[in-house]
Design a protein around this ligand. Structure first.
Ligand SMILES: *Cc1c(COP(=O)(O)O)cnc(C)c1O
Length: 390
């Protein structure tokens, strides 16, 4: 019989390669492969499965909504999208307006169009983003993406985007003048390997952009919705961007993205300027409402501290250290053996992500239990042993 892996390879474009595990189902932070193998999900589908798998509130919200009204288009409105936009704004605690999309890259496309329009209105012509940053794969978001491996072969792009080293506030200040329309930054770089900036960097970015009259776009697609132990990373960093983008954890596994504008940035778009057939889909909005109603920040902070302290207490020649915040950490290795660690973890029943050659990303469901965290901490040293030998 042809395996699912062979069928995948035969039917799909090679852009993902063939993934190492075929999943069948999940419950909480545990998932099972089609072969029955059990895994503890330590990366949550790239920081997406905030409520874990098959959370009763998510199942109920989505099932009820799909059985009631699955789609309206944006020519008609529905209750869930209004509730969701209101809920986001209340969690944000600042006056703003929301645009709903279906993914992260689309949320950033909306932000970029806002920035382009703002630039035209104010005579500003260029954009600034960070080296190694990740903002998505569609052409606008890709033009802001600083990872050469995914960017270079599709450029050049029609926008003037200037890249600065991430975390260097002086370099940012030097790059932003009165011609700059917007600066796009992640509050911690996710795809670069969960790399937090020095303390105060984002607040400095806020000062620099405000002084130059440029918009600050915080790409919180990976960092928000409780991931860092706060609803939004910027809230802990003490600043408010002009534009905020969200996706990943917002829908708990259902596709949704959001672009929020604050202050004057809330009303840059006029009628007809932007749109999406599926954006704000009732089912995805119902899922997001279930997520926002069930993420427990105190729980995230407790288990995150346990995970971080436990990792920091491990002394192993392959483990250099831990970085990141909340339930969003990278175990940094002393050698480029992340692929071997990921494979050894899989054999031991743990799904982790080799986000960089020397970094393992951990972004488990926000509902992971202390006992599950401890089981990972117990298993991790032997996993490192195996990866060091193999
Ligand atoms: C994942 C991610 C994106 C892109 O999101 P998609 O839903 O994959 O399009 C953009 N920015 C950041 C910071 C991300 O982590």
């Amino acid at each position: 019989m042809t395996s699912l892996f062979d069928r995948f390879e035969a039917a799909f474009m090679p852009n993902y390669g063939v993934p190492p595990v075929a999943l069948a189902r999940g419950e909480g932070s545990v998932v099972w492969g089609v072969d029955g193998a059990e895994y503890l999900d330590m990366f949550g589908g790239i920081a997406v499965s905030s409520l874990g798998h098959a959370h009763p509130a998510l199942v109920e919200a989505v099932s009820t909504q799909v059985a009631t009204l699955a789609h309206t288009s944006n020519l008609l409105l529905h209750e869930r999208e209004v509730e969701l936009a209101e809920k986001l704004l209340s969690l944000l605690g600042a006056p703003g307006k929301v645009f709903l999309a279906n993914s992260g890259t689309e949320a950033n496309e909306a932000a970029l169009k806002l920035a382009i329009k703002y630039g035209r209105q104010t005579g500003r012509s260029y954009f600034v983003a960070a080296e190694m940053g990740f903002h998505g794969r569609t052409l606008g978001a890709l033009s802001l993406t600083g990872k050469p491996s995914i960017r270079d072969q599709f450029g050049p792009f029609p926008l003037d985007v200037r890249f600065v080293p991430y975390g260097d506030a002086d370099a940012l200040a030097a790059a932003v003048d009165g011609d700059c329309a917007a600066v796009f930054l992640e509050p911690t770089q996710g795809e670069a390997g969960v790399v937090p900036p020095p303390d105060g960097y984002m607040a400095r970015a806020r000062e620099i952009t405000a002084a130059a009259g440029a918009l600050l776009v915080a790409d919180e697609i990976q960092s928000a919705i409780g991931r860092t132990g706060h609803w939004f990373a910027h809230q802990a960093d003490g600043y408010l961007p002009d534009i905020l983008t969200l996706a990943k954890g917002l829908g708990g596994g259902l596709p949704i993205g959001a672009c929020v504008g604050f202050g004057p940035a809330a009303t840059i778009f006029e009628k007809g300027d932007h749109g999406s057939t599926f954006g704000g889909n009732p089912v995805s909005c119902a899922a997001a409402l279930a997520v926002l109603g069930n993420v427990d920040l105190a729980h995230v902070q407790t288990v995150a501290a346990e995970l971080r302290d436990g990792l920091e207490a491990i002394s192993h020649p392959l483990l250099k250290g831990v970085r990141g915040r909340g339930l969003w950490l990278a175990a940094v290795l002393t050698e480029d053996r992340a692929a071997q660690v990921q494979a050894a973890a899989q054999r031991a029943g743990f799904l982790v992500n080799a986000v960089q050659p020397d970094a393992i990303r951990l972004a488990p469901p926000l509902v992971i239990t202390p006992a599950q965290v401890r089981s990972f901490l117990t298993a991790f040293p032997p996993i490192l042993d195996e990866a060091a030998d193999g």
